[in-house]
Design a protein around this ligand. Structure first.
Ligand code: 13P
Length: 256
């Protein structure tokens, strides 16, 4: 069975003391979570990663970076490599978030290199894809997501692809309070799984975790997570409030 995952993307939020308080609360309250609960990943800003690793030692959550540079080291002022994160025992990294594509001009080819670097250093990539509102209105959303996956991930051999997590994050849903409906999310997740089955095979498609992101909160998570192809969430704003985030982690339907 594929993994259920709820990942927190804190983005560029919280000062050091606020981050410490939130991590302390999460590590305490998530330690009591159920045996068959999802994997929980906290992706704070870089300066707080070491603190997250310390808090993660109690086993309440895993840690993730919000970005990496594809090269291991060198004259790239301000950048952080997968090699560095691996040496700190970080578990995950987000790659290809729409905010990086938009504000930092990250191309598909650059993202494909980042995915390679993450896998080389045993970080699990959470690869983001998703269409803008204009693209959806033009009914190009399936094509856009197909192109993003083809360019960013489908260069991988099957054994490496199986180590990747995908996050479908429609750009129009991010930070807007307008989430994809259960039907829209399920439709796109099923489409992504079909693309994986065609590129690789149905067994690989069946074990790939596909998360939903975009205004996911404690109110809409149960409906979204009940969809057969939605394996969890990548949570922005709602991950900054401990109780709301914990409630999201408990939003999966009971196992049959
Ligand atoms: P929001 O949950 O704030 O809409 O952000 C989603 C997101 O971009 C997670 O990566």
């Amino acid at each position: 069975m594929r993994k259920k995952i709820v990942a927190a993307n804190w983005k560029m939020n919280l000062d050091f003391n606020m981050a410490e308080d939130l991590m302390a609360e999460l590590s305490e309250k998530l330690a009591e979570r159920e045996e068959d609960g999802p994997e929980i990943v906290i992706c704070p800003p870089f300066p707080y990663l070491e603190m997250a690793i310390d808090f993660s030692e109690d086993g309440a959550f895993l840690t993730g970076a919000q970005n990496i540079h594809p090269l291991d080291a060198g004259p790239y002022t301000g950048e952080v490599s997968a090699a560095m994160l691996a040496s700190m025992l970080v578990d995950y990294c987000i790659i290809g978030h729409s905010e990086r594509r938009l504000h930092f001009g990250e191309s598909d080819a650059f993202l494909a290199e980042k995915v390679k670097a993450a896998l080389k250093w045993d970080l699990t990539p959470i690869f983001c894809c998703g269409e803008t509102l204009d693209q959806r209105n033009e009914k190009r959303h399936f094509e856009v997501v197909s192109d993003q996956l083809a360019a960013g991930l489908f260069h991988l051999p099957e054994s490496e692809f199986r180590r990747v997590v995908i996050a479908y994050e429609p750009v129009w849903a991010i930070g807007t309070g307008v989430n994809a409906t259960n039907e829209q999310a399920q439709e796109m997740h099923a489409w992504i799984r079909k693309l994986i089955a065609e590129k690789y095979n149905p067994a690989t498609a069946a074990v790939t975790s596909i998360l939903y992101g975009g205004s996911c909160n404690a109110g809409n998570a149960p409906g979204l997570f009940a969809q057969p192809d939605v394996d969890g969430g990548l949570i922005g704003g709602a991950s900054l409030k401990a109780d709301e985030f914990i409630s999201i982690t408990r939003s999966f339907p009971a196992r049959q």
